[in-house]
Design a protein. Structure first.
Length: 124
C-alpha cells in the first residue's frame, strides 16, 4: 500500500506549498529567538538592577520629591538612554571584534574592577 502526497488546493503547486511551509517555520524560529533574547535580557537586567545604587537613588528622589510618577518617567528615560548607549556600543564592537575576544576583554575588565574594589575595601 502506497501513500499519496497530500492534496493541494487547485492552482497550487508543491513548490509553493513547501516555500510557504518554510516561511512559517522561519517565522516561528524568529519569534522563538526574539522571545529567548528578550526574556534573557529582561531577567538579567532586572536582577542586576535590584538593590543597586540606581534603585536606591530613585527611591530617595521619589521619597523627597513626593512625585513618584515624575521620578519614574525620569528614571525610566535615563535607563532607556543608558541601555541605548550599551546596545549601540555593543553593535559597533560586534562588527569589529570577534565574540571570543569580547568575552576575554569583558572578563579582564570585570577582573580589574573586582581587584580595584577589593583593594579599596582592604585599603591598599
Amino acid at each position: 500500500m502506497t501513500t499519496s502526497p497530500p492534496k493541494l488546493p487547485v492552482g497550487a503547486d508543491r513548490s509553493t506549498n513547501e516555500a510557504s511551509n518554510g516561511k512559517i517555520a522561519n517565522a516561528k524560529t524568529a519569534k522563538a529567538n526574539f522571545l529567548g533574547v528578550f526574556l534573557s535580557t529582561f531577567v538579567t537586567i532586572f536582577l542586576a538592577e535590584l538593590g543597586d545604587k540606581t534603585q536606591v537613588a530613585t527611591l530617595l528622589i521619589s521619597a523627597q520629591s513626593h512625585q513618584p510618577v515624575t521620578v519614574f518617567i525620569g528614571a525610566a528615560t535615563a535607563l532607556i538612554g543608558t541601555s541605548l548607549v550599551g546596545v549601540l556600543l555593543g553593535q559597533w564592537l560586534a562588527q569589529r571584534v570577534s565574540p571570543e575576544t569580547l568575552d576575554i576583554l569583558a572578563g579582564i575588565l570585570l577582573l580589574v574592577i573586582s581587584v580595584g574594589l577589593v583593594a579599596d575595601v582592604v585599603g591598599i
